[in-house]
Design a protein around this ligand. Structure first.
Ligand SMILES: [Zn+2]
Length: 253
C-alpha cells in the first residue's frame, strides 16, 4: 500500500477533497514550468507526474491531480460546448473535483451534483433512481460511473429520462475497443475477483464496443467525438492527452 493511500484512508472522507486541494497547492510551485499546461486548473509545469490506477509516467497534474481523461473532457467542454457561457441546468453525477470547482458556483449554471458517497456532491442519490422529473437537465455529465453500477441499463434509462429534449450528455467510461461484447458476471461480488476480471475491485464489468449499443437501447443517439485527433501534436503534448481517446456525447435519440 502506498503512503498516498495510507494517508487517504486515515483522513475522514469529508476532508479528503480539501486535503487533496491543499496538497496540490503546496506541491505545484515545485513543478512550475512551461512544458505542459493543465486546462482544468490552468497551471503550467515542467512535466505531468506519474499517476493513474495503473501507475504511468507523465500523466497527473501536479496541482489538481487531473489525468488525460479529465483534461480531454474539460477541453471538449470549453471548446465544443457553451457550458461556461450560456444558461444550463446541469446534473453532474459523481463529480470530478477538477470540474466541480469550475462549475459549482457559476452564475450561468443551475448546477446539481450527486453521488452516494462523495463529500463534494451536494445531493445524495443513486443514478438508477434520480429524484427529478423527466427532462429536468440540459446537460448531464456522468463519467466513469456506469462501470461501477450493477444495473447499468437502468442507470442509462434514468440519465436519458432526466435529459431535456434538446439536451446533451457526456458519458465517459473505459471501453475496451478490442472487445466486441462487454464482460460482466453479476455473480462475482468478491473485490479481488472483480479486480482480476474487471480491472478494479469496484468495477462490475469491462465494457466492449457494445457499450454504445447499450446507450442507444436506453434511448440515446451516440456520437464519439474524436476531439483529440483534431488537435496538433504540440497541443496534445502540451495538454497531456491521448490521441485515440474519444468523448462519448449522447443526445436524445
Ligand atoms: Zn491541473
Amino acid at each position: 500500500m502506498s503512503l498516498r493511500s495510507v494517508v487517504a484512508r486515515a483522513v475522514p472522507a469529508r476532508l479528503r477533497p480539501w486535503l487533496r486541494r491543499q496538497a496540490g497547492r503546496l506541491r505545484a510551485p515545485f513543478h512550475r514550468g512551461s512544458a505542459v499546461t493543465c486546462p482544468c486548473c490552468g497551471g503550467s509545469f515542467r512535466a505531468f507526474l506519474a499517476g493513474g490506477v495503473r501507475r504511468r509516467e507523465g500523466v497527473r497534474c501536479p496541482r489538481c491531480d487531473s489525468l488525460e481523461r479529465h483534461r480531454l473532457v474539460w477541453l471538449y467542454l470549453l471548446r465544443r460546448t457553451d457550458l461556461l457561457s450560456a444558461p444550463h441546468r446541469v446534473l453532474h453525477v459523481a463529480p470530478e473535483p477538477q470540474f466541480h470547482e469550475r462549475l459549482a458556483d457559476r452564475a450561468n449554471l443551475d448546477y446539481v451534483s450527486a453521488d452516494l458517497a462523495s463529500p463534494l456532491a451536494r445531493e445524495r442519490f443513486d443514478v438508477v433512481d434520480i429524484p427529478y422529473p423527466d427532462g429536468s437537465f440540459d446537460v448531464v455529465i456522468c463519467n466513469h460511473v456506469l462501470e461501477h453500477v450493477p444495473d447499468d441499463a437502468r442507470a442509462m434509462r434514468e440519465l436519458r429520462r432526466v435529459l431535456a429534449p434538446d439536451g446533451w450528455a457526456v458519458l465517459q467510461t473505459p471501453v475496451h475497443s478490442d472487445r466486441e461484447k462487454t464482460l460482466e458476471d453479476p455473480a462475482v461480488s468478491d473485490a479481488s475477483e472483480r479486480e482480476r476480471l474487471f480491472g478494479q475491485p469496484d468495477h462490475v464489468r469491462i465494457y466492449g464496443r457494445d457499450f454504445f449499443e447499450r446507450l442507444e437501447a436506453a434511448g440515446f443517439r451516440v456520437t464519439r467525438d474524436r476531439f483529440a485527433r483534431e488537435l496538433s501534436v504540440e497541443e496534445r503534448t502540451r495538454y497531456g492527452l491521448r490521441k485515440g481517446e474519444a468523448v462519448t456525447v449522447c443526445t436524445p435519440g
